[in-house]
Every structure is written in structure tokens, then in C-alpha cells.
Design a protein around this ligand. Structure first.
Ligand code: AHG
Ligand code: MN
Ligand code: MN
Length: 296
């Protein structure tokens, strides 16, 4: 079944369905840049990171499509210093986007993705207010995984650029993969204890450098991804609004959980769009373990 038809069967708000389709419809264009626009741009983003030409290209494609559609009032992007307000929008939705996550892997042809959060209004609200979230993964196949709070559903792009249903009502299984970000030498004591416990239980290391790809694997195979607070960087590396909450919403709706090590990440109210956060995302069992180790 086509994504468009599937969305109709779900009885969700029509504007929300159109918005999900809009993101899916940009995937072919974004992918086209993988061949033509490789390499670094001469600019840095608000985090001081070198922008790849493709980060900027994906950002431009998504912003242009959103502006044209007038489907959202607010756009917050990892590649933009400020929230964009769309004049004449037909509804009050806000979206957050990491146009290309894992972009340091583009030059070595590993999987990267686009991460989107959808809010009923302005985006500086806790993740648990989101209407939905989705990500598009550009791997050997291009897939779109979304939730609007009625299950997590995954689609694969066919040869014509149409997303076809691959799996509905995804549930994260028990698993033993761990994807540990940051340098081991910088681990804080509670985090070291957590990682050592996973290792003693036989968890297997899988960390690619692409958050969206690593979390996708864990959604399907179980386990935990973490980019923790570490010595000298108590707020971690990943971004609350662009990475943490949207992927957290998807994983939570699939029966998993997301935490900053202390509380559910979806309960955190952002202070600024650029907020970073420590992140633990994956199975409920692993999230309960880190929260209990950190408490004790
Ligand atoms: P982005 O490409 O959007 O800047 O995100 C990169 C992130 C994330 O995808 C990944 O998990 C993490 O950075 C990897 O960081 P390290 O290079 O420190 O492992
Ligand atoms: Mn990212
Ligand atoms: Mn990015």
C-alpha cells in the first residue's frame, strides 16, 4: 500500500498527513545531491560544525518545500541560527528538522538520514506535545518511518520514488546491541558503570557515527544507543529538538523509551532551539537500568 493511501486509513488530520507526504516527496531530490554535491561547504552551523554541501542542500530543499506548501507556521532547523516564521501559513504547526544526520559519513557512502519532529504550535515545547515524528533513512534502501501516536509504520521507496508499506505497528524487540557515543576516557562514573554492565551481559558494539542509522538498527533489533554527558561536556553532543525528541517519540511509540539519564527526554522543556542533551534511547529495560544507576 502507498504511504498516501495508508495515511488515509489512519484517520489522522489531513494537514498532518499532507505534511508527512511533503517530507517523503523531498527524498528523491535530497538523494540526487549525494552524487552531485559531495564535500564540505565553506561555512559552519550555529554549533561551529563544518557544514557539508549536502547539509545545506537538504536544508534548502526542505525549507523551500515547507514555505511553498504553507503547511507549517514555524520551522526550526539544525542548519539555521533562528526559527523561521512562515507568512500566511494555513495552520499553526511547527516542525524541527535535522536535514541530514550523520553527514560526516557521506564521503564514505554510509547510511545517513533526515529527522523531523512535528508540533501543534511553536517548537519550544516538550517532546511529549508532538503530533508526530518521522525519519527518512538513505541506506541501500530509502525508508520512511513515522508515528502520529497510532503506532510506528515503515515504508520503502520504490523505483518510482513512491513510499510503499513495508511494516506496520513496529515494536522494538529485546536485543543486545549497544551504540556508545563519546570517548571512553571521558565517561562519567555512572555512565562507565552502565556501559560495563552492558558489556558484562554480552551486549555487542554497533556504532556507525550516524544517529538515525544507529537508532534505526536498535528499533529493529533492540538494545540501546547513547551519547552521554561526558567530562568537559555535561550537556552531551546531540541536539534535544533536532535529534533527541523526534527519534525519542518514534522509539517510545514503538514500546521503547528515551531518557537524558535522569528523566524521560520527552518531558524536557527546551530553553533554546540549540539545546544539547545527554541521550539514552532504546529498550525500556536498558533505560530503566541507566536511570537507576544514575540515581544510586
Ligand atoms: P549531524 O551529522 O547531524 O551533525 O549529526 C552527527 C551526530 C550523530 O549523527 C552521531 O551519532 C554523532 O554525531 C557522532 O558523533 P561522534 O563523531 O562524536 O561519534
Ligand atoms: Mn544530526
Ligand atoms: Mn545534521
Amino acid at each position: 500500500m502507498k504511504l498516501k493511501d495508508f495515511l488515509k486509513t489512519q484517520g489522522i488530520d489531513e494537514n498532518l498527513a499532507q505534511l508527512i507526504m511533503l517530507f517523503g516527496n523531498q527524498a528523491t531530490d535530497i538523494k540526487a545531491g549525494f552524487l552531485s554535491a559531495r564535500g564540505a561547504a565553506d561555512t559552519r552551523n550555529v554549533y561551529g560544525e563544518t557544514q557539508m554541501a549536502l547539509d545545506k542542500r537538504a536544508d534548502e530543499i526542505l525549507i523551500a518545500a515547507l514555505r511553498k506548501s504553507k503547511l507549517v507556521s514555524w520551522i526550526a532547523s539544525e542548519e539555521q541560527p533562528d526559527i523561521i516564521e512562515v507568512e500566511g501559513a494555513v495552520n499553526p504547526f511547527g516542525v524541527t528538522m535535522d536535514p541530514l544526520d550523520g553527514s560526516s559519513l557521506i564521503d564514505v557512502n554510509l547510511a545517513v538520514g533526515t529527522i523531523i519532529g512535528i508540533y501543534p504550535g511553536h517548537v519550544l515545547e516538550p517532546g511529549n506535545t508532538m503530533l508526530g515524528a518521522l525519519y527518512i533513512l538513505y541506506g541501500p534502501l530509502t525508508t520512511l518511518t513515522y508515528t502520529t501516536g497510532k503506532g510506528v509504520h515503515e515504508f520503502v521507496m520504490d523505483g518510482d520514488g513512491t513510499f510503499m508499506l513495508m511494516q506496520e505497528n513496529l515494536i522494538i524487540p529485546d536485543g543486545n546491541i549497544y551504540a556508545p557515543g563519546a570517548l571512553r576516557k571521558d565517561y562519567l562514573p555512572y555512565h562507565r558503570q552502565f556501559i560495563e554492565q552492558l558489556e558484562s551481559e554480552g551486549y555487542k558494539l554497533r556504532f556507525s557515527g550516524s544517529f538515525v542509522a544507529d537508532v534505526h538498527q536498535i528499533l529493529h533489533k533492540g538494545g540501546i544507543f547513547t551519547y552521554p554527558a561526558y567530562a568537559g561536556k555535561e550537556s552531551g553532543k546531540l541536539r534535544l529538538l533536532f535529534e533527541g525528541t523526534p527519534m525519542g517519540k518514534v522509539v517510545t511509540e514503538a514500546g521503547g523509551a528515551v531518557s537524558n539519564g535522569t528523566i524521560n527526554l520527552l518531558d524536557v522543556k527546551p530553553a533554546a532551539v540549540s539545546d544539547r542533551t545527554p541521550i539514552y534511547i532504546g529498550g525500556r529495560k536498558e533505560i530503566a537500568l541507566i536511570e537507576s544507576i544514575k540515581r544510586s
